[in-house]
Design a protein around this ligand. Sequence first.
Ligand code: AMP
Length: 191
Amino acid sequence: MLNIVLFGPPGVGKGTQAKKLVERYGLKHLSTGDMLRAEKASGSDLGNKVAEIMNAGKLVSDEIVNAIVESQVRANRDEKGFIFDGYPRTSAQAAKLDEILAGIDAGIAATLFLDAPKEELVSRLLKRAQEQGRADDNEETIEKRVVEYNEKTLPVAEVYRAQDKLRTVEGLGEIDEVFERLVAVVEIVNA
Ligand code: AMP
């Protein structure tokens, strides 16, 4: 299996690049943000529970996202591999992901860290707010999401660095340009 974590701050373009990697390598895209938004849209009890948290720009509990990812990984264990987009976002999620993958005799090949300066990202998110109307893309929640990222998510990079799995990729530039940078790294880890 080829399992890749796509890591990076809000607004860096993880979703866009994940879709392109999925196309190129025939992997299964697991975006916890997309799955949580679908849950929210369905109006289920779980969806109603997470809606408020997401709209406030805060992280949904590890328990909830881990359970969603575990069931998706198990259900898709025959795929060629997974692109994890927006997960793990805490050190506890990173530990759980290792456990989930070990359960299907697999592991993470690499964590691709797409990085870019904060000012650039905030303006991208504000632009996305106008284009897509995401409930959590407004000035107040963007600020909250950046704080959550710095406090809880950034330490996850160190977990993967310690395992020698972290590969940093410059996130600024044209979509195709950034994609080719990611592909160059995937080609090496997949060789
Ligand atoms: P995203 O589309 O990845 O930016 O995620 C949108 C929102 O969903 C985040 O701001 C969180 O509220 C929630 N979310 C997505 N993935 C996770 C995760 N791995 N852990 C906790 N909350 C998450």
